[in-house]
Design a protein around this ligand. Structure first.
Ligand code: FES
Length: 110
């Protein structure tokens, strides 16, 4: 069953940075934009599995650190000429707290 689960505080993530959280869905990367929006996507680039959490955030996108594909944090889709997508995870803010809609029962904190 999916439920809103506390996965951390926005204060744990630097602006234009990311932090990884382990879930039953795999490792997800939680991003904070310059405007304090929060997004979560799979941490594996759709190209060759690069760690998107280590990429550079600009606007609501991240550039993969390996070969510079640009992935939309909103849709999980590769932008520009590249094709592919990563799974997005619903997240929302409750004050400073970040809640994600993930499988509650098997949630495992990193
Ligand atoms: S693995 Fe991300 S661009 Fe190649």
């Amino acid at each position: 069953m999916k439920d809103w689960t506390l996965i951390g505080s926005i204060n744990d993530i630097p602006r234009r940075g990311a932090r990884c959280v382990m879930t039953p869905q795999g490792k997800i990367a939680v991003f904070r934009t310059m405007e304090d929006q929060v997004f979560a996507i799979d941490d594996q680039c759709p190209h060759k599995g690069g760690p998107l959490s280590q990429g550079i955030v600009h606007g609501a996108s991240v550039t993969c650190p390996l070969h510079s594909w640009v992935i939309s944090l909103e849709t999980g889709k590769a932008l520009g000429a590249d094709e592919g997508s990563v799974k997005t995870i619903e997240v929302r803010l409750d004050g400073d707290r970040i809640l994600a809609r993930i499988e509650q029962a098997a949630m495992a904190a990193e």
